[in-house]
Design a protein around this ligand. Sequence first.
Ligand SMILES: [Zn+2]
Length: 348
Amino acid sequence: MSKANLPILPISVVGSHGRPGWLYIFREATANRELGSIDVEEVGDDAVRLAILDQEEAGIDVISDGEMRRTAGYYRGYMDRIVNLPFSKKPPLRQVGPFHYDFVRFREVVGPISAPEGLGIVDEFKYLKAHTEKPVKATCAGPLNFARECIINSTYKTAFDLAYDFAKIINAELKGLAAAGADFIQVDEPSYVHLREEPAEMAKLFNATVEGVAAKVALHICFGTHAGRPRMSRRTYRQLFPRILDAKADQFVLEFANRQMSEIELWKEFAVGRELGAGVIDVKAYEVETPEDVAERIRTALKYVPPERLWINPDCGMGNTPRWICVEKLKAMVEGTRIVRRELGYKE
Ligand SMILES: [Zn+2]
């Protein structure tokens, strides 16, 4: 992605956008009906256009499609497109009470996995690209994220074996995205902190995922935002460093606002020569940050990251944030960034 047209401290999003109320109503109203492809496409198109408009109006520099078509969350719907991966007959751990991580129904691997028709993210991207003049970011979940929700049979020995086959599927999708004009692609791997595998192994898997992809690549690692809740109570990236830097990611997109900017010093401690997309909006908090809150967080980040390597993001996707709060938070993020840009002598 060319930096030429971007201001200093470029502002982006992590992926998902707050969904409009009518989208929930539409889903409820059609839950017992078989929808046609035009129904699905039309409602998706309308929702994406709104997400684009919200981000443009807020002043985001590099926008996404809000992941508005991903009705089952940021990756689960894509499992439907994968061969040999039906829902497990085993029910989820719990289905009664507050919605939480234990509500998820796992998939069962019944043979070698593949996605003969791809994941469909390329088509999502083409729609976004055709409907905005702004620079855009494409997003795709990473292989370990998919693999951790699968019950493995004899085809694969470990979650990592399975993840390498997911990596092949994702790699083909990312190459398709690059061919369709995506010059900035983010891979989402919250599992890197959930699973606590060897960071060097995770970096190797990431490199297989992005091998030969001709685009700027970002790696998003977070502590989870399922139903607006983090998965982890001990939220630290420290155990990933320094080996995670073996991952050939041009940018790391990490969660800081939710943790009072804790561990931002990792960027100085390990002399990271890569870009950081720093989370300066707490997507799990109801309260909307003020622009000054955001500016303060960015000033803290700038003590450890040179301005030319710092991007501004929310902590995570905002698909679990009410839309009006999402929009207010995006506006605060933009206003707060503009305060710091002025302090740096940058003229908008
Ligand atoms: Zn996230």
